[in-house]
Design a binder for this molecule. Structure first.
Ligand code: HGY
Ligand code: MN
Ligand code: MN
Length: 416
C-alpha cells in the first residue's frame, strides 16, 4: 500500500480549537471536565460532534448502545471501513483530552482529507464509544464491550448508577439510543489515539507511544458488613467496625500490588461507608478494588490473595464479607500489522517514539478482539490524568494526530 507522503500533516490549530470547544461542554470546577456518560452534558457533546462530522461530509450511524459512527465514503463502498475513534465521556473530575483527543483526532483526519482532496479506497468511520470510563455505570468500556460480544445488551442496560438509575433508561432519556444492532458492523481495522495517562513518554522526551500491549484489569467489589452503633457509648471490644476492616483490607491491597513490583498496581477509587455519619460506627463498607498487570497470572494471584486475605481479616473481626467481580479484561496484544503502521508513520514523520504497554484500559482493548487494532499515544504533563489538571501541549496533540492520520490513511489505501 502506498504510504502518505511525509509532508502530509493534519491541521494542528484546527484540532486544538476543536478540543477547546468541546471542553466548554460539561466543564469541571478546576479547568477540566465533568461530562459523565449519558448525562445531558454527554448529549450536548454528542450533538456538537455530530454537527462537525456532518459539516465534514460524513453520514451518521447510531447503535442501540449509543455508539456513534461517522462514515466518510471511500471509492469502494463494498470495502470494509477503517474505524478510528475513542470516547467523549469523562470522569467526574476528568481532563479535557482523555478520550476526546482520539475522537476529534479521528474527525481531523476527515477534515484533512477534505482539505487535501485525498480519497481512500476503504471508507473511514470516526467513532464515539459510549461509557468508556465506567465511573457512573460500571464496568469501564461498557459499550465497546457489548460491541465485541463481552457483555449482553440487556445486562448493560440494567447497570445502575449510585442513584439507582439504569444505563438503558438514561441513554433513552438523553435521546441517543439508536436502532442499529450493536456489533453488526465489520471493520477492516481500528485505530485509537489516546494520551498516555502515565509519565514514560514525557520523562523520556518521546513524542509518540507505539502501543504494543495493554495491561489487564480486574475490578472486585467488596462488601463488608458489621454493626452500626454509637461511636461514643459502644465499648471498643463490642464494636463491629466495617470501616476499620475496610482500612485493613486496603492496606492488604497495597501490599499485594507491591509484592508484584515493578509492573502490578492496586488501589480502591470507589469507597462508600454506611451510614457515613460522624457518630455512628460504620455498619457497612462497599469498595471496588482495581488491580492491573501486564501478566494474567499476576492478576489472578492478586484477586485470589485479596479474597483469602479479606476473608481472614473479617473472620477475625466477626464481620461478614462478600465479593463481586464487576469488571475486567485480560492483558491485550495489539495487531502486529497495525502496530507496524503506527511505528512506520512515526518514523516517516520524524517523530521520536518508543514501544509502550498501556497502563489504562481503552475501547481498543475490546475492539482488538473483533478487528485488527492498534493505538497511538502522546505524552501528558507529569503523566497526570483522571484529574482536572490533565494537560498536553498542542505539539503533542498534533504529533499524535499526524501519526494517526498516516496509519489510518495508509491502511485505508490512498487512491492516487
Ligand atoms: O479505567 C481505565 O483504565 C479507563 O480510564 N477507563
Ligand atoms: Mn480514556
Ligand atoms: Mn479515562
Amino acid at each position: 500500500m502506498a504510504a502518505p507522503g511525509e509532508n502530509l500533516r493534519i491541521n494542528g490549530e484546527r484540532l486544538w480549537d476543536s478540543l477547546m470547544e468541546m471542553a466548554k461542554i460539561g466543564p469541571g470546577v478546576a479547568g477540566g471536565n465533568n461530562r459523565q456518560t449519558v448525562t445531558d452534558e454527554d448529549g450536548e457533546g454528542r450533538a456538537l460532534f455530530q454537527k462537525w462530522c456532518e459539516e465534514a461530509g460524513c453520514s451518521m450511524g447510531l447503535d442501540q448502545m449509543g455508539n456513534m459512527f461517522a462514515r466518510f465514503e471511500g471509492t469502494d463502498p463494498q470495502a470494509l471501513p477503517v474505524y478510528v475513534g475513542s470516547h467523549l465521556d469523562t470522569q467526574p473530575t476528568g481532563g479535557k483530552y482523555d478520550g476526546v483527543l482520539g475522537v476529534l483526532g479521528g474527525l481531523e483526519i476527515i477534515r484533512t482529507l477534505n482539505d487535501l482532496d485525498i480519497r481512500t479506497r476503504h471508507p473511514i468511520v470516526v467513532t464515539n464509544w459510549t461509557n468508556e470510563e465506567g465511573t457512573r455505570f460500571a464496568p469501564a468500556m461498557l459499550s465497546s464491550g457489548v460491541f465485541a460480544g463481552m457483555h449482553t445488551q440487556d445486562w448493560a442496560y440494567d447497570r445502575e448508577d449510585s442513584e439507582g438509575k439504569k444505563f438503558g433508561d438514561e441513554l433513552q432519556r438523553i435521546g441517543w439510543r439508536g436502532d442499529e444492532e450493536v456489533g453488526a458492523r465489520k471493520m477492516h481495522a481500528f485505530f485509537e489515539l489516546h494520551i498516555e495517562q502515565g509519565p514514560i513518554l514525557e520523562a523520556e522526551g518521546k513524542d509518540i507511544g507505539v502501543v504494543t500491549h495493554g495491561q489487564g484489569l480486574s475490578w472486585t467489589q467488596v462488601t463488608i458488613t458489621g454493626k452500626e452503633s454509637h461511636t461514643g457509648s459502644t465499648p471498643m471490644p463490642m464494636r463491629r467496625n466495617a470501616g476499620l476492616a475496610m482500612a485493613r483490607v486496603l492496606e492488604l491491597v497495597d501490599e499485594i500490588a507491591w509484592s508484584h513490583k515493578p509492573d502490578a498496581v492496586g488501589a480502591a477509587g470507589h469507597i462508600d461507608v454506611y451510614p457515613n455519619s460522624r457518630n455512628v460506627i460504620p455498619g457497612k463498607a462497599v469498595f471496588t478494588v482495581d488491580f492491573r498487570s501486564p501478566q494474567l497470572e499476576v492478576i489472578e494471584d492478586m484477586e485470589q490473595r485479596l479474597r483469602l486475605g479479606a476473608a481472614k481479616i473479617c473472620a477475625e473481626m466477626g464481620l461478614a464479607v462478600e465479593f463481586e467481580k464487576v469488571g475486567g479484561f485480560d492483558p491485550v496484544e495489539f495487531d502486529a500489522g497495525c502496530v507496524t503502521a503506527v511505528r512506520e508513520a512515526a518514523e516517516r514523520l520524524g517523530y521520536s517514539h518508543r514501544n509502550l504497554i498501556s497502563g489504562a484500559g481503552h475501547d481498543a482493548c475490546w475492539i482488538n478482539r473483533v478487528a485488527p487494532t492498534a493505538m497511538v499515544m502522546c505524552p501528558c504533563v507529569d503523566g497526570l490524568s483522571h484529574n482536572e489538571a490533565e494537560e498536553i501541549s498542542p505539539e503533542w496533540a498534533r504529533a499524535g494526530a499526524d501519526v494517526l492520520f498516516h496509519a489510518v490513511v495508509e491502511t485505508a489505501e490512498i487512491v492516487e
